[in-house]
Design a protein around this ligand. Structure first.
Ligand SMILES: O=C(O)CCC(=O)C(=O)O
Length: 271
């Protein structure tokens, strides 16, 4: 089990836990190379707006790429990695699916945060501890460059949400700021926070870019099979009797390919 009992208890009691060094420096290097390719190929878009929720900003950037599994064999393989499925199973219980995968990139200087929100304001699952995000620090994530922040114990509360005027599609809420906790992580560290935990990132005030990759996992009890699982969209079963290692959803065996994808990515980028 990649998580300690203490980390699991903290998640179940307070709604989040941080895990330093979850990915190795070599794995981080491969993920960073993929992020560079996403940028080069223009696979994402700036979702920041100038205060009206509509007008795209030229001065502020929140560069989002969603989904990732259709753009990168490396990132598609990541949620199948045993370290990940063991950790997620320990937190929300088996069986579960990959619900979402996305990247948020904040350029130095003009990168803005993603405002406070509870993922459950979007997804409305009955038990907010049955879904979790795994937010991966692709670069060192510090207070100065706007790392992820969470609100302690906030999964026990529901905050009213409305449209965030600084994003073309996100929602936001007010939170008890005195309970906000910044989670600083070296690249490769991860933060798990359940669907009820209010979280945000902040402006990147440094001159170097910072990216976070967010994977969301949902217990099968909370999956509306009729509406939610669209196998073509890549929401694979990752654990439990229906898990096929990706074959059912992607038509190829993805489970077990993480190490070879890391090696392939690094080789391609060395040339
Ligand atoms: O990295 C960010 O800016 C936002 C992350 C987020 O909202 C999430 O992981 O759910």
């Amino acid at each position: 089990m990649p998580l300690t009992d203490e980390q699991i208890t903290h998640f179940k009691t307070h709604g989040y836990t941080a895990v330093p060094n979850f990915f190795t420096p070599r794995e981080v290097q491969a993920m960073q190379a993929e992020v560079e390719r996403f940028k080069r190929d223009g696979l994402g878009r700036n979702v920041a707006t100038d205060g009206d929720g509509e007008t795209h900003s030229d001065t502020k950037t929140n560069y989002q790429v969603i989904p990732l599994n259709d753009k990168s064999d490396l990132i598609r393989a990541l949620p199948f990695e045993k370290r990940v499925t063991d950790a997620v199973g320990g937190l929300i219980g088996d069986p579960f699916i990959l619900h979402l995968d996305q990247l948020f990139l904040k350029p130095g200087g003009q990168g803005i945060g993603t405002n406070w929100h509870q993922d459950n304001a979007y997804f409305k699952i009955a038990d907010p501890l049955k879904g979790t995000a795994m937010w991966v620090a692709i670069h060192d994530a510090t207070i100065a460059n706007g790392t992820i922040h969470v609100v302690h114990d906030s999964f026990k509360e529901e905050y009213p949400h409305d449209r965030d005027p600084n994003s073309d599609h996100h929602i936001h809420c007010q939170v008890p700021e005195e309970r906000a906790v910044p989670i600083e992580l070296e690249a490769g560290g991860v933060a798990f926070f359940c669907y009820g935990t209010a979280h945000s990132t902040k402006a990147n005030t440094t001159d170097r870019e910072r990216a976070g990759m967010a994977f969301h996992f949902l217990h099968i009890d909370c999956v509306d099979r009729a509406n939610l699982i669209d196998r073509q969209r890549g929401q694979p079963f990752l654990a439990g009797p229906e898990a096929s290692g990706g074959e059912a959803e992607y038509g190829v065996k993805v489970a077990g390919t993480w190490d070879s994808e890391v090696a392939r990515t690094l080789t391609e980028n060395a040339n």
